[in-house]
Design a protein around this ligand. Structure first.
Ligand SMILES: [Zn+2]
Length: 806
């Protein structure tokens, strides 16, 4: 909205232009200002507290809870078995986990089988950058047959863990939840629809287990509804953060059937912009619909050795289970033949439930908000509270906090990470609460300072209208670009405009104007406060600016209430006015001090120690042909411990194409007595200018993955086949122009068939494998207690490579 123009209404009293009497510049002028301010703030605080309490996780139910209910106490017993130690795909530990899962599901009387397959990565989105990625996977699949099935409901989680941690949350949470849900479902009457429990393998490596199930398992042939359960942290509410397209019917069932429905259409938009992936992606590639849920707070331990069963918040586990069981029962009884609707829904949590409305309403509502704010601007001007110029200035100046707060939040985090560089490797600090509060205090300080500085010259009414105008305009932009997030600004703008209109239409000295603007601000609190609180763990402190921005938007909706904290506009003269101006700086000053103090408390409280170690990244790579070895780290600014191993920056692409491209820190290492994977020629035939090489790649030690690359200056790769399945031949940058990565290679090796067009006499092939753990390497010094391991797929990796001219 720009400067509104006023139609020359007949009968309009002459307006005092250019100056508007200061006392008339506010939307409300309560007689007892302090009382009104206190009442409004108490009301908003109560609404805010209600919204936040609603995000709390339920109390975990004990192991002796009734059989038809989900019990976190019972599920946790499985968590302890599944996450007793790291169990990466293909490892003996993972075989033990799989045996436990099979035994539990068979024990419930369910038809249980293991799908053993070689599968490519889902959507080519995850996994190593080394080339075409495949894995040998073994999914555990169990079925509860429906009485009169209209389709299938799939409960999905991955049972493998990363190599660097036991996966106490990720994803023992989802897997144990599914076992307990399966148990609860088998105690009652059979559902109408088939329920299929899918515990996937190799999610961490490449989503390959889910890809194998979705693409080739007979039970997946007709698609169905997928409920995927994940954890990316250790605590916090379970958020339904991703859906299939055209989700309105699914979201409606979620709102109705999940006992604790926390989810927002904005999260779906954010998640699409983040580089994360889960098994759900593999199902979306196929003909499935569904919902993806995870708890995400406590992200510091994600993928690290600290992701143990003990780290799990059992309230989060209970919420996962309550929701999964509720949804399984509801979808189990619903006619599944037509779950797609023509549109996506807008939805968000409010105390007591999930608000949802059709996505096609998004743009009309956004335009309505613009119209109502324009009407408020017009009435504000007509009532003599602001001139056109002041309204325009109010709109323009409101951009200051909208820009300044996110920038300041990012600078604050830059300062904190300069003091504590170890934070760079963490998704979120171990104890982020102090930093989150510091960002909120900073945003508050900026809004209050800006308000105190502009209020006298521009006037409270013009600033209030300016804030709402920005919300309304952002609502239109979001409705066009990110429709699921438009409600965040559209609805507060609508409420603010209505509140303002009511305030202007009722007797100024009575209580109603204050009630109206407070009610409008309360709508903003209900919508925006949970967003701020959920954005922090979702994006981490490194993107705290986004939460700061939303906090400013909340401040803008509440400006008429904030105004009550200031002396009445223009009500004083002389000394009194000076005192009033000083008082106006108080809230801003208090918030600024709070920001500094909270950041300082964060630095003092969240120190690295044995229980909260500073994460470091190290790996080892050796060429078995030359015996040359080196330490490698992806830390861009190495921690002191890592610094003992690496110095300069190297590009390892030429020597270790299996590690993907990109520059790493590198330092010399002692050679270890380790064999490279064996590459044998099984068959070699040339016909019509094409050479077909059948090769067997066999790791000579326990390896998590094996890779094979072709020097494309010696031959062009025309086709490639791995374990009987063809893989895409997409050119890679650099010397090794073709590559493939095989996760969880079987001990007997992997057969690879390459069809080549020779360029040189011999083709150069580079074979590599990678295991995990550096402890046995010569020259490795164990980490001191306060130094930990980064939760990355290459942490602690030990790679051995060799070139084979064939
Ligand atoms: Zn994971």
């Amino acid at each position: 909205m720009g400067a509104p123009t006023t139609p020359a209404a007949t009968g309009t009293p002459p307006r005092p232009i250019p100056g508007v009497p200061p006392a008339h510049r506010a939307l409300t002028r309560p007689r007892r200002r302090l009382v009104a301010a206190a009442a409004a703030l108490v009301a908003l605080a109560a609404v805010g507290a209600g919204s936040l309490l609603d995000l709390r996780t339920p109390a975990p139910k004990p192991a002796d809870a009734p059989a038809g209910e989900f019990s976190a106490g019972r599920a946790y017993q499985d968590v302890e078995v599944i996450a007793a130690r790291s169990h990466v795909a293909g490892s003996p530990a993972n075989e033990q986990v799989r045996a436990h899962l099979e035994q539990q599901l068979r024990g419930l009387g369910l038809e249980t089988e293991v799908q053993d397959a070689v599968a490519p990565e889902a959507g080519q989105l995850s996994g190593a950058a080394g080339g075409a990625t495949v894995a040998r996977v073994r999914n555990v699949v169990a079925r509860l047959p429906g009485t009169d099935s209209t389709g299938r409901v799939f409960l999905v989680s991955h049972y493998d863990s990363v190599q660097t941690g036991p996966g106490g949350n990720d994803d023992a949470a989802g897997t144990s939840t599914i076992l307990e849900v399966a148990r609860a479902l088998t105690t009652g009457p059979r559902p109408r629809n088939d329920i299929v429990f899918v515990l996937t393998d190799a999610e961490e490596a490449c989503l390959c287990g889910a890809a194998a199930f979705a693409a080739s398992h007979p039970l997946a042939a007709d698609g169905g509804v997928v409920l995927n359960l994940e954890a990316r942290g250790s605590t916090g509410p379970v958020i339904m953060f991703e859906t299939s397209r055209n989700n309105a019917k699914l979201v409606d069932i979620f709102g109705r059937a999940a006992p604790h429905p926390v989810g927002t259409s904005f999260a779906v938009e954010i998640y699409r912009a983040l580089p994360n992936d889960t098994d759900f992606t593999a199902f979306l590639d196929q003909k499935f619909v569904g919902l993806n849920s995870a708890y995400i707070d406590g992200g510091a331990i994600y993928h690290t050795p600290l992701d143990t069963p003990a780290a799990m918040d059992r309230g989060s586990l209970q919420q996962h289970g309550d929701n999964a069981l509720g949804l399984a029962r509801e979808f189990g009884g619903t006619d599944l033949t037509d779950l797609r609707s023509g549109h996506d829904a807008t939805y968000f949590p409010v105390p007591g439930g999930l608000v949802r409305y059709p996505g096609w309403l998004t743009l009309p509502l956004a335009l309505l908000a613009v119209a109502l704010v324009a009407a408020l601007a017009w009435l504000t001007r007509r009532s003599g509270r602001a001139s056109t110029g002041r309204l325009a200035a109010g709109f323009a100046l409101t951009l200051v906090p909208i820009v300044a707060a996110p920038v300041a939040a990012q600078l604050l985090w830059l300062a904190i990470t300069t003091i504590r560089p170890g934070y760079a490797e963490l998704l979120d600090p171990y104890r982020p609460i102090w930093y989150r509060l510091a960002v909120l205090a900073l945003a508050t300080a900026i809004v209050f300072t800006w308000y105190a500085l502009t209020r006298r010259r521009i006037g409270p009414a013009a600033l209030a209208v300016g804030g709402l105008a920005w919300l309304a305009v952002l609502g239109v932009l979001l409705a066009v670009a990110v429709p699921g997030g438009a409600y965040l600004t559209t609805l507060p703008a609508l409420a603010g405009a209505l509140g303002g209109l009511v305030a202007l239409r009722t007797r100024q000295t009575g209580p109603w104007p204050v009630v109206a603007v407070t009610a409008a601000a309360a709508v903003g609190v209900v919508i925006l406060l949970p967003t701020v609180v959920l954005l922090f763990p979702a994006l981490g402190m490194a993107m705290g600016g986004v939460a700061a921005l939303v906090a400013v938007l909340l401040g803008l909706v509440a400006l008429p209430v904030v105004d009550l904290l200031h002396p009445q506009a223009g009500g004083q003269r002389g000394l009194l006015a000076l005192r009033a101006r000083r008082l106006a700086v108080l809230p801003a000053g208090a918030a600024a001090v709070a920001a500094v103090v909270l950041a300082g408390v964060g630095l003092a409280v969240d120190r690295f120690d044995a229980a909260h170690p500073a994460p470091t990244h190290l790996m080892y790579a050796m060429d078995a042909g030359t015996g040359q070895a080196r330490w490698l780290s992806h830390e861009s600014d190495p921690q002191p411990w890592t610094d003992g191993y690496v110095d300069g920056v190297t590009d390892v692409g030429d020597d270790f194409p299996g590690l993907g491209d990109g520059e790493l820190r590198s330092g010399p290492a002692q050679s270890a007595n380790l064999p490279a994977p064996k590459l044998e020629v099984v068959a070699d035939a040339t016909a019509g200018g094409e050479r077909t090489l059948r090769l067997r790649l066999t790791p000579q030690r326990t390896a998590r993955l094996a890779t094979l690359h072709v020097d494309t200056s010696t031959a062009t790769v025309l086709r490639a086949d791995v374990a009987g399945r063809s893989v895409p031949v997409e050119p890679r940058a650099g010397k090794w122009g073709f590559g493939l990565v095989f996760h969880a290679p079987p001990a007997e090796g992997v057969e690879v068939t390459l069809t080549l067009r020779p360029i040189a006499g011999q083709v150069a092939l580079r074979a590599m494998d990678a295991s995990d753990g550096l402890d046995a390497l010569p020259g490795f010094r164990p980490r001191p207690p306060a130094v930990g391991v980064v939760g990355s797929h290459s942490s602690e990796m030990l790679a051995v490579a060799r070139t084979y001219p064939i």
